[in-house]
Design a binder for this molecule. Sequence first.
Ligand SMILES: Cc1cc2nc3c(=O)[nH]c(=O)nc-3n(C[C@H](O)[C@H](O)[C@H](O)COP(=O)(O)OP(=O)(O)OC[C@H]3O[C@@H](n4cnc5c(N)ncnc54)[C@H](O)[C@@H]3O)c2cc1C
Length: 452
Amino acid sequence: MSALRPPIVVAGAGPAGSLLSIYLARQGHDVTVYEGRADLRTTDVDAGRSINLALATRGIVPLVDVGAIERVDEITIPMRGRMIHAENDPTPELQPYGSQPHEVIHSVSRRDLNAILLDTAEATGRVRIEFGRRLEAVDFDTSTLTFQDGSSEPFGVVFGCDGAGSPVRKAIEVAGSCTARTEWLDHDYKELTLPPDGDGSHRLDPHALHIWPRGELMLIALANPTGDFTVTLFAPKAVFADLIDADAVEAFFTDEFPDFAALVPDLTDQFAHNPTGPLGTLHVDGWSHRDQAIVLGDAAHAIVPFHGQGMNAAMESARSLAAHLAATPDDLAGAFQRYETSRKPDADAIARMALDNYIEMRAGVVDPDYVARRALALELERRHPTHLSPRYNMVMFSTMPYAEAHRRAARQSEIIGDALADPGVDIDSLVRGLPPLPPLDALADPEALSVS
Ligand SMILES: Cc1cc2nc3c(=O)[nH]c(=O)nc-3n(C[C@H](O)[C@H](O)[C@H](O)COP(=O)(O)OP(=O)(O)OC[C@H]3O[C@@H](n4cnc5c(N)ncnc54)[C@H](O)[C@@H]3O)c2cc1C
């Protein structure tokens, strides 16, 4: 058995790495973070890729923990539901996420959120962040990290928060402690910007997540405080392959999304210049190597973005790993194992639910059967708030383990299906027969962020 041995290293200063370094510092450790890119607080490292994200309860809870929530509150925009832009229907329709005031998600700039976490980490006085240090390899025999520029550093333990392409994970794999496989989706994505109106205001309601569902493909839009929206097209690779020139792009958007196309004068230029990205689910068995290394966040469980949970899950993982380290500080390898045993079923469950949510978003939301199921689920939540919560709400507005949310959702779905098929079913007694929902985590203050 061994405790955390210095030098304690975190690879990657994204949401998972910067947050984990804060937890480690609060446990009294000195930490060095090696980040491959330049400091995003002083350099435009994301030029042409201004992604904003949906922040929800599992990301909010750690921000409350580490005292960063007030600054984050200043940069978020609450979204109360999905605004559905159905085909051939000029009037968008709001589908609220829930009936409770806290049942909103929050649009936030990835860069600005990350910057707050970097500031918070440095403010502990125990975290040193070295930018422009791209890790290339990890040698477990000599406890040495090698960087792309040829330099090297010693380590006692390394936390791999270095994203889906993680060199730390690759080293664990080479050492024989893990297997990893990426399940690629046959769909890609591309980000676009819907500019503000002439007076700087938003051209669409900023307090909703806009979706243009089109069966096999969809467009979504999240508002930024600057008056613009970050818009993402998700579509089969074959669709992207056909969009070979400006005429094809213009015809595609005019045909599929005429209301959106009319709002973006430089659409074809943006489409030509912005990168197209792949989408995949990373399945990793074996997250750690002895007491020397562990991966977390996207490095261990990258998922497709359709539930808006990748970053929320990464932050929840950092919180969970920190709790395991605090529980058995003298048994590092054991803490790593216990963390993986408890967290892996949750990572698998959210990976599954994120894939399912793609179908729900691009097709389900305009399917009458889905709409009827969702309406009944919300009504049952209203009637039995201690026993039933729709799946989306358990994932987004609670800290219930993802695996439990997945199991409960399957049972709820059966009950709702039975009731819709047979009006004679006594649905209220079936719902009362479900085990009570766990109370909200005391720290999961659902009203930590402004909701209006
Ligand atoms: C289109 C899209 C939309 C998304 N929307 C949402 C959403 O709405 N809500 C949500 O919760 N999640 C969303 N996600 C997922 C989210 O972006 C990720 O899950 C999240 O960023 C994971 O955080 P991380 O810290 O684990 O990894 P990353 O954010 O990938 O951070 C890894 C860090 O490590 C650094 N790094 C990489 N390699 C090295 C190296 N070799 N050496 C040193 N440093 C290195 C990187 O520069 C980066 O700073 C979305 C993803 C995509 C693609």
